[in-house]
Write a protein that binds this ligand. Structure first.
Ligand SMILES: Nc1nc2c(ncn2[C@@H]2O[C@H](COP(=O)(O)OP(=O)(O)OP(=O)(O)O)[C@@H](O)[C@H]2O)c(=O)[nH]1
Ligand SMILES: [Mg+2]
Ligand SMILES: [Zn+2]
Length: 305
């Protein structure tokens, strides 16, 4: 039988079979020896072949992935972690305050998803506590990011009608939900389906940095072909296995211009005279915040204040 990995806890994998039942499985020996570059040969979202015996269930094979999202491993060894596999879209939850999500963080996340060729949704959450100024700022950001092909939705995860807008975007797809700790990822998921009971933290503890309420990625089925993956909050989003010259490929507003650059695909668009990208920045056709994010990614300097 085929199945999909929804959770992994150490050497155990939770798999939903095509029969709709959940199985606790171990990996068959040959899979554990897989010498892939990631630290985990099987990730949440993987499609697998299950072997059922009277006593137990095991995973005999991992089917080819359509894509995967890599995260730099915490220990910064040579091994990266596959956060999730077979993802149709990513949904970044961002908030203005408590915690603040910087544009640098948003852009890094979008660039990373773009490098895996995964469509992106940006959800601005906690609308119920926005000031007028916040609302204006979000309206500007929505205009900017929509022009780049990113779907933008403003919601309060506490508001049922807002949840329906998000649910509609998810139907028939596998969506990975990401964002800083405390932005409301688990709150949103809990509202999506009555069977989801992710722990959420008390408002008073949100400023208590360094603790994460969700500690590992877990996938939930909203129906038989709709899946949503909750992930632990992250402080930063590393650009895994990306060359500086390649980064502008993942900025949609730079992608075409770079082909006309005098310096061709080697141009970093930093100080090169006559660079098409720089001309567009100076003419206001590329948002200053986006270019600042780009420069920080290429030079490795941090703009995620
Ligand atoms: N006012 C308001 N509070 C919200 C909203 N959404 C979530 N919260 C609150 O924000 C806090 C954090 O929510 P969580 O869902 O635990 O955040 P998380 O993103 O899952 O955090 P980690 O699991 O640590 O990554 C909780 O106290 C929620 O009640 C919202 O739309 N408005
Ligand atoms: Mg959570
Ligand atoms: Zn250039």
């Amino acid at each position: 039988m085929e199945g999909r990995v929804i959770k992994s806890t150490g050497s155990w994998y939770h798999v939903i079979g095509t029969d709709g039942k959940e199985y606790m499985c171990r990996l068959q020996g040959k899979l554990r020896l897989d010498d892939s570059k990631s630290s985990n040969p099987v990730a949440v979202g993987d499609r697998v072949t299950l072997v059922l015996s009277q006593k137990d269930a095991s995973i005999s094979e991992v089917l080819d992935r359509t894509n995967h999202i890599l995260r730099q491993s915490v220990k910064r060894t040579s091994h990266n972690q596959v956060l999730a596999a077979n993802v149709d879209q990513v949904l970044l939850v961002a908030t203005m305050h408590q915690p603040r999500t910087s544009l640098g963080f948003i852009d890094r996340f979008l660039v990373s998803a773009e490098s895996f060729r995964i469509p992106q949704i940006l959800v601005f959450n906690k609308k119920d506590v926005w000031s007028d100024q916040d609302s204006e700022h979000i309206a500007e950001l929505t205009k900017l990011y929509e022009s780049l092909g990113v779907t933008c939705i403003s919601i309060s995860a506490l508001e049922a009608s807002d949840i329906n807008i998000v649910r509609e975007k998810m139907l028939g797809k596998t969506t990975l939900v990401a964002g800083h700790s405390g932005v409301g990822k688990s709150t949103l998921l809990n509202q999506l389906h009555p069977d989801i009971h992710q722990a959420i933290r008390a408002v008073s503890e949100v400023t208590d940095k360094g603790t994460h309420t969700t500690t590992f990625a877990e996938m939930f089925a909203l129906n038989e072909n709709t899946f949503v993956i909750d992930t632990p909050g992250v402080k930063e989003w590393g650009l895994v296995e990306m060359e500086p010259q390649e980064i502008s490929d993942y900025f949609p507003e730079m992608r075409d211009l770079r082909l006309d650059c005098k310096f061709g695909s080697r141009c970093l668009h930093l100080t090169e005279p006559g660079c098409r990208v720089r001309i567009a920045v100076e003419a206001g056709r590329i948002a200053p915040s986006r270019f600042a994010s780009y420069v920080s990614m290429v030079t490795g300097e941090d703009n995620r204040k």
